[in-house]
Each structure stands twice: as C-alpha cells, then as structure tokens.
Design a protein around this ligand. Structure first.
Ligand SMILES: [Mn+2]
Length: 411
C-alpha cells in the first residue's frame, strides 16, 4: 500500500465548510509549516501543519493560503501561494511543486508564487472587517482578528468519509505491525528492538512513519505514562505495554496493546488484563452520540470502581469513607479514557460538544498498580455513528487467549 493523493474534493469541501463559519466580509490567512534547520545543511523532517493540510492537501513548505469567500471576483476567493522553484533548489532537492500540481492536489484554481503574496494581500485587505488567522501576518495585524484555529477545531472534530478512509489505512498498517511483534516477541529482546519491528512494518508498507513517539514499556516502565526511552530489556515474566500508531497520508492511528513477554500471562496478569478488557468493551459501548466526554470518563470511572474492588485494590468501605474526596479509581487510572484523533494523534476537540456521528475517538482504559510494578492499557480507535460505535481496530487481536495463541504459534 503506497500512499496516493487524497482526492481534492475533500479539501474543496473543507474550505467551503470553513467559509460557512466565517463572518460576512472576512478574510482567512493561513501559513504552511516551515523547514527547521537542524545544523549545517540538514533539516528536521518536514511535516505540514495539520490545519494547512486540511484546507489544501499541500504538504510543501513555504506555502500560503488566502480565503476571501465573499469577494465579488471569484478568482480572488481562494488563492494558494507556493514557492518559486530555482535551478539550485531543483538540483539539490528535486523539482518543487508546479502550479498545475498544486491546482490538482488542492482544487484551488488560482495558484501564485509566494513572492506575490504581499501585493495580493494589500489589494484584498482594504474592504475587510475581520481577519481570521493564527499568526502575525504583515498588514493584517492592523485589522480586528479572530482565531482561525477555533473554527477549524469545530470542523476537524467531525471526520469526512475520505478522512476515515485514510485513518483506516493507517490502522491496517498498525495492525500488521502488531502481528509482527507477536511473532517476534520473547524474553531478552530490548524495547527498541520491538520499536524497530514496528517502524520496519510501517515504512515497508508505505506509511510516513510513527504518528507519535511510540511507547514500548516493559515491566514497571509501563507506570511512566509517557515513557518513550525504549531502552530497557524485556524480561521473562514481565508485560510489555505498547502505544503506537502509523501515520499514513498525514492521518494517524493510535493503538495500545499489552502482551506477556514470554507469550503466557501469569494468573494475576490475566486477571488484571481481563478486567481492562471488560472495561474497554463496556466503555466502547457507551460511545454514542449525545454523550459529553466528561460524562463518559466518569461512567468509565464507575466501571473501574467495581473492577478495582473485585481485584482487591480497595473495599466498599474505603469508597464510603472517601465520600466527597477524589474518587479512589483515579489512583489506578489517572489519564483520560478518550481523545479525538485524525491528522494529529491528539486532534483538536471541544469538550463542551457531545459525541457526534463522524467523530473518531480513542477508547483507552488502563490500570496502573505501582505496588505490583504493573501497567496495562488497551486502546482502539472508535468511529461514532448514529447506529452506535464502530471499532475501527476490531481486527487487531485483543483477547488474551488470541494473543497467547498467536505468540506461541510460530515457535
Ligand atoms: Mn491515545
């Protein structure tokens, strides 16, 4: 699977949805990401700013977008500026984007060189009452401004069909990587070697790479929520908690699995694992339109309270004695259950807006018990629909028996 350009229809629709949210007689200005110098003649890998990609489908640096939806001249309603190629840049970095390509990718008819931007801006801004932007941009600073990001947040929360398609591809590659790990895992492997299996599968299948710094946390490292060092040895009897996901065509997958390093859960590990799995399944069932993120998280906390008591972590008496205090379940589950995902692994999300069809949200209950040096997290990506949640990762093994079977199949 090699990435193919996303149909321009998505970006055309995204711009017209944005135009509907903009006030009359306003203008939107958006800058692309910039190449960051690392040292000498080396640059950090370029990744387009998500908002810019969302409106243009253009992943080249030094690009600029002006949207002026109410302009009487239809040629001036959407203008995309790209950098002018030079012989020198073409020699070193290959030919940069031609206006025809930019037009095909973005669906924008009016493509100009970046050095023409200021004169266009000067012309367009005269009759403008409000400028939507997230940057200080030349003469636009003298106009009343509004945050563009808050409008884009409202749009990006609801995924379009083309976006769900790309997320599904990222998920499929992420699933293959997990199967590869199940096949390779054994005591004596370093966490970074597991990471290497995963990135090998991602790149080999045409993904851009990791959508975020992957977490490969064996044993008690799983208690460090954002552990990304990935240098430790995976030992006999330990669990390995992995939080990883491919980025494909700029879209992320976000998956967590916890597996026994030697291919068999101990009975206590299995007990804890099955509790996480039960909470995961019930939590997923609660992901329906109309539910607020905060209420969802509280409901999952209630599920945890029952499980924690069954696991002997605290008693009903402890809960009653604690009435009015911070819930006890938070001692063993201290992060959120869900976040929005899409172009970014943590996509913009307005928590005052309830779950709605088209949202893609993670579902990631977990248990962390410092006294037992154990952390277990399971995470799938869920599409909210009118008819209930669709688990986009339902094909990635999660059941403990299935994990053990796959780990022991080949050796
Ligand atoms: Mn996540």
């Amino acid at each position: 699977m090699k990435s193919q350009a996303i149909p321009a229809a998505l970006f055309v629709r995204n711009r017209s949805r944005l135009a509907e949210l903009m006030s009359n007689g306003s203008l939107a200005l958006l800058r692309s990401g910039v190449l960051q110098l690392r040292n000498g003649d080396q640059y950090y890998p370029f990744r387009q700013r998500s908002d810019f990609f969302y409106l243009t489908g253009i992943s080249q640096e030094e690009s600029f977008l002006i949207l002026c939806p109410d302009h009487p001249d239809s040629d001036l309603r959407e203008i995309l500026f790209i950098k002018r190629a030079t012989l020198k840049s073409d020699l070193w970095s290959g030919p940069s984007m031609k206006p025809e390509e930019a037009k095909t990718l973005s669906g924008i008819g009016n493509i100009r060189w970046l050095d023409e931007k200021d004169s266009y801006l000067q012309l367009l801004i005269q009759d403008i009452e409000l400028v939507y932007t997230d940057h200080e941009i030349g003469m636009a600073q003298y106009h009343p401004k509004a945050q563009l990001a808050s409008l884009l947040k409202r749009l990006r929360m609801i995924k379009q069909p083309e976006e769900i398609e790309e997320i599904r591809k990222a998920i499929s590659i992420t699933g293959s990587a997990f199967l590869r790990v199940l096949n390779q895992m054994r005591p004596g492997i370093y966490e970074y070697q597991v990471e290497a299996e995963i990135i090998g599968e991602f790149i080999g299948r045409g993904a851009e790479g990791h959508a975020f710094q992957p977490i490969m946390a064996s044993g008690k490292n799983a208690l460090v929520l954002h552990y990304t060092e990935n240098r430790a040895l995976c030992r006999e009897g330990e669990l390995l908690l992995m939080d990883f996901g491919a980025e494909f065509n700029h879209y992320a997958a976000d998956c967590s699995r916890t597996i026994p390093v030697n291919g068999r859960f101990t009975s206590r590990q299995r007990e804890l694992y099955d509790a996480v799995l039960r909470v995961f399944r019930q939590a997923r069932g609660l992901m329906v339109p109309g539910t607020l993120m905060s209420d969802f998280h509280k409901a999952v906390g209630q599920l945890w309270e029952e499980e924690h008591m069954a696991l002997g972590l605290y008693s009903l008496k402890d809960v009653k004695d604690n009435a009015g205090g911070e819930p006890l379940w938070k001692n063993f589950f201290m992060h959120g259950t869900s976040h929005s995902m899409g172009l970014d692994v943590h996509d913009p999300f307005d928590r005052s807006i309830p779950f709605a069809p088209g949202m893609v949200l993670s579902c990631e209950p977990a248990i962390y018990i410092p006294e037992e040096e154990t952390g277990i997290r399971l995470e799938n990506d869920i599409l909210i629909t009118e008819k209930g949640p669709i688990d986009l990762m339902q094909d990635i093994p999660m059941e403990a028996d299935e994990i053990e079977e796959l780990m022991n199949a080949s050796h």
